[in-house]
Design a protein around this ligand. Structure first.
Ligand SMILES: NC(=O)c1ccc[n+]([C@@H]2O[C@H](COP(=O)([O-])OP(=O)(O)OC[C@H]3O[C@@H](n4cnc5c(N)ncnc54)[C@H](O)[C@@H]3O)[C@@H](O)[C@H]2O)c1
Length: 281
């Protein structure tokens, strides 16, 4: 019996948006640990945050390219993909994690500019990223899979894309109109892309994290101060415990592996049972 090192399954080039920090950076690090040959971090952040994000990847001995780009701008995304391909030759795994929470507010008093910006980054951003990632993937040969000789007939993988939604892609919370609408839309876009990609051996899935204390959260979708802390404690109690960022990173690596060949158009909820728990703890 031959044992396949897990690292054989995610060799290849990874392109992560929102990769400078938070969950996107954790995804990039998980790919670096799992054998990625190159990692591209795309983010709107400046040099300092980018360098910090790159350091986390490079500490695993993997080459990392950083690209400053706004995912809601088509030319930025087109250039980012072109730069990645010019450096590494291809994109095997894309993870679209750039996102914003926007401001909380009741629909009766909703700030429409806030709504538009959240939709622009979270939804149009995901569409633009997939547009140029898929264009690239369609041109490249499938990734070499290094499978044992005993495993024949596995469908090749030309590329995998994982879009980041949220538990708010399948449920809602009051005062989160823009965020909830945007994450439902991301899950919908993923399904369309998966149906278009499958005949070309491109898989497209969504990952929906539960609750992790990142800057998106501390910047405040919910109430600030003591009320915010109480709300957070309640959310984590319903989730069963605090989650670590690498638990999301590792789930994305798993979804992306060519061994997951029939897993397509899926919305993988990674929340330790938050969404199925009718109790508050
Ligand atoms: N933290 C959570 O509990 C949670 C839960 C579910 C889903 N998510 C999703 O995870 C993803 C990552 O968020 P996070 O929680 O790590 O927060 P974060 O704020 O730390 O990370 C978001 C990243 O996206 C980048 N970004 C924002 N706007 C951008 C733009 N226009 N162009 C390029 N980059 C941009 C930010 O600079 C940042 O690096 C988001 O899509 C978020 O909606 C987070």
């Amino acid at each position: 019996m031959s044992i396949m090192p897990a690292t054989y399954l995610t060799r290849g080039v990874t392109f992560v948006t929102g990769g400078a920090r938070g969950l996107g950076n954790a995804v990039a690090v998980s790919f670096a640990k799992a054998g990625a040959t190159g990692v591209v971090l795309v983010d709107i952040q400046g040099k300092e945050a980018m360098a910090e994000g790159a350091k986390n990847v490079e500490s695993h001995g993997v080459e990392c390219l950083t690209i400053q780009a706004d995912v809601s701008k088509e030319t930025d995304v087109e250039n980012a993909v072109a730069q990645a391909v010019s450096r590494f030759g291809r994109i095997d795994y894309a993870a679209n994690f750039a996102g914003i929470g926007g401001q909380a507010g009741s629909i009766a008093n909703y700030d429409v500019d806030n709504f538009r910006r959240v939709m622009d980054v979270n939804v149009t951003g995901s569409l633009l990223c997939m547009k140029y990632q898929m264009k690239q993937m369609l041109q490249q040969d499938p990734i070499a899979m290094h499978l044992p000789d005993s495993e024949t007939g596995r469908v090749p993988q030309r590329g995998s894309i994982v879009n980041c939604a949220s538990v708010n892609s399948i449920m809602a919370s009051a005062y989160s109109a823009a965020y909830t609408a945007s994450k439902h839309a991301v899950a919908g876009l993923t399904k369309v892309a998966a149906l278009e990609g499958r005949q070309h051996h491109i898989r497209v899935n969504t990952v929906s994290p539960g609750f992790l204390y990142t800057q998106l959260i501390s910047n405040g979708l919910g109430p600030a101060g003591e009320a915010g802390e109480t709300k957070w404690t309640e959310l984590e109690a319903r989730q069963g415990r605090s989650a670590t960022f690498d638990e999301i990173g590792d789930a994305v690596v798993l979804l992306s592996s060519p061994r997951m060949s029939l897993l397509n158009a899926h919305n993988l909820v990674v929340d330790n049972g938050f969404t199925v728990n009718e109790m508050s703890s």
